[in-house]
Design a protein around this ligand. Structure first.
Ligand code: HEM
Ligand SMILES: *[C@@H]1O[C@H](CO)[C@@H](O)[C@H](O)[C@H]1NC(C)=O
Ligand SMILES: *[C@@H]1O[C@H](CO)[C@@H](O)[C@H](O)[C@H]1NC(C)=O
Ligand SMILES: *[C@@H]1O[C@H](CO)[C@@H](O)[C@H](O)[C@H]1NC(C)=O
Length: 510
């Protein structure tokens, strides 16, 4: 079975008759003659001689086509995302299959059968842009809904929990998952030590090391909002929901051996798989459901239901179906549509107030801040980020570069008496719930997760942990063994035995 899989992957990579291998040919089929006359970037036509020769002309400075081309090249790169740099994306739609108007009045949910265009970007968390897809890592699952009431983003992961609930820990988390400042190499010492100082993060890493770190492909990957969002219905009642987005193909992960083999052949496997599936008309789909809590549930739960390191138990808060997601279009231009897409938890619409926890609050700042840096002051005017199904009237003006009509000749200050944009009149005055949060605690759920694992998942967990922990210093190994043992003594012991055996071997050799 495994070998068969392996050969299939090799075939896919080598074969040219898949959409990713044939993209140029397909272009030519649609386009039987050159798309147009080559021009300079000022639109002036370029002659045959300009396009062919630069060596035998006396001054390159006068060669405008050469100058345009060579100076633009120097400016092709933009900063990659500080996290989630490597990813793939596609477009499609969300369709409401079940009415939730008793809970949430958001325009995109109002009416069974209603569809809303969406964009999705899947990503690895820690990997930089060129890194191998098959490296074990949590995965981003970000959805942008282009609703008539503005863009709504769910910026989630393929795990139902996050590493932290304490936002100041986030920069540390990013650093330990990145490269060592001296060696410029990924350094497992950093990551494992972080886990022992933020023990609540172990829960997420148990998901990663048991298989979620290497999904079968993005098409087999679930998405979770993680945060518990506050929502409101048309009469102003408040509820709290978590989104679950489950692949119709089933949740499936690769074993350590499979991911190693595929990674050795194709470091862009996840990107290729998504592009080819959609290109072949094999559209991936997901079912969207929600866990629902009333204000009463929130007040009477015996734990912090906004804790991003904890699950909301499904027996207590069962999944309620909401809709489905289908991806049916590949990006036409990756840089324009996927590299420049900007998700932000603060892209919210009427009826959805966001989550009241501190992590969410910090994310409201972080994403727009990084996107101003990464894409510039007018990143929301880039077509893929534009709320194109609602009309935008703001008092924001100018900035580098502005490439729409910039509010035309309307007044640029507020309030004014000259019919610039005015706020809508609404009777809703629902405010985000104010909460106070305790330190994270999730060892009970971490222990439960290991208990619920199949024998195979538990073996994969040990194999994956050993592969990563085997190379770190003994000091950190001790801290980790202690931590894992406190969650599950058996798994802790299995890991310890292998590590100590290895040490004995190594000590003998020396
Ligand atoms: C529940 C916790 C979190 C989840 C589920 C999450 C998820 C994601 C996802 C999916 C992306 C990739 C978006 C894309 O495809 O473009 C992303 C990017 C990012 N995240 Fe988070 N994240 C979380 C927590 C945080 C926190 C606490 C911060 C900072 C305070 C943060 C800062 C960022 C930044 C700066 C980016 C890069 C955005 C860009 O350059 O466009 N994240 N996150
Ligand atoms: C110049 O460009 C044209 C059009 O692409 C091509 O047919 C021709 O072979 C080129 N000549 C040289 C000398 O490169
Ligand atoms: C450069 O050389 C080519 C080939 O000899 C010739 O056709 C072309 O006119 C020359 N260009 C200039 C600017 O001298
Ligand atoms: C054993 O030690 C070697 C060398 O340090 C290391 O590469 C390997 O990951 C270790 N394996 C285990 C199970 O500790």
């Amino acid at each position: 079975m495994e070998m068969l899989l392996f050969f299939l992957w090799v075939l896919t990579v080598v074969a040219a008759d898949v959409p990713s291998g044939e993209q140029l040919l397909l272009f030519k089929q649609r386009q039987p003659e050159p798309v147009g006359i080559l021009t300079r970037d000022n639109g002036a036509p370029v002659d045959f001689t300009e396009a062919n020769f630069s060596l035998n002309i006396s001054s390159l400075i006068n060669h405008e086509y050469f100058m345009d081309t060579i100076t633009h090249l120097s400016r092709e790169r933009i900063p990659e995302r500080v996290v989630h740099a490597k990813g793939a994306g596609a477009f499609g739609f969300f369709e409401v299959t079940h009415d939730i108007s008793d809970i949430c009045k958001a325009e995109l949910f109002d009416g069974v059968g209603k569809t809303t265009p969406i964009a999705i970007r899947f990503s690895a968390v820690a990997a930089d842009r060129g890194r191998n897809d098959l490296v074990s890592d949590a995965r981003g699952f970000a959805v942008k809904f282009y609703t008539k009431a503005g863009n709504f983003d769910i910026v989630g992961l393929n795990t139902p929990v996050f590493v932290l609930k304490e936002p100041l820990g986030f920069p540390n988390f990013v650093h330990v998952n990145g490269r060592n400042p001296a060696t410029n190499l990924f350094d497992n010492n950093m990551m494992w030590e972080f886990i022992t100082y933020y023990p609540e993060s172990l829960f997420l890493f148990l998901y990663i090391f048991s298989g979620f770190g290497t999904p079968y492909s993005y098409r087999y990957m679930p998405g979770f909002s993680i945060h518990t969002y506050q929502v409101e219905n048309s009469i102003g009642d408040t509820h709290f929901i978590r989104f679950h987005i489950i692949p119709d193909l089933g949740v499936k992960n690769l074993s350590p051996e499979e991911s190693f083999k595929i990674g050795a052949v194709d470091g862009d496997f996840y990107t290729r798989d998504l592009y080819d599936a959609i290109g072949e008309g094999n559209f991936p789909s997901w079912s969207v459901s929600i866990q629902v809590l009333s204000q009463y549930d929130v007040e009477h739960a015996d734990f912090d239901v906004f804790d991003t390191t904890r699950l909301l138990p499904e027996d207590k808060y069962p999944l309620r179906p909401l809709g489905r997601i289908v991806l049916d279009r590949n990006p036409v231009n990756y840089f324009a549509e996927i590299e420049q897409i900007a998700f932000c938890p603060s892209n919210l619409v009427p009826g959805i107030l966001g989550a009241p926890d501190k992590l969410f609050e910090s994310r409201r700042l972080s994403y727009r801040d990084t996107q101003y840096y990464r894409l510039g002051a007018n990143f929301k005017k880039i077509p893929v980020n534009c709320p194109y199904r609602s009309k935008v009237f703001t008092y924001e003006r100018d900035g580098r570069p502005t490439f729409d009509s910039n509010g035309k000749d309307a007044p640029n200050y507020y309030p004014n008496s000259f019919f610039g944009p005015v706020p809508r009149v609404t009777c809703s005055n629902t405010r985000l719930l104010e909460i106070k949060q305790d330190p994270a605690y999730n060892f009970d759920q971490a222990a439960q997760l290991i208990n619920d694992m199949s024998e195979e998942q538990r073996n994969n967990l040990v194999t994956n942990i050993l592969q990563s922990l085997g190379t770190v210093t003994r000091l950190v190994q001790e801290r980790v063994i202690q931590l894992i043992s406190s969650v599950n003594p058996k798994i802790g012991e299995k890991i310890a035995v292998q590590i100590y055996l290895n040490r004995t071997l190594i000590d003998k050799l020396h």
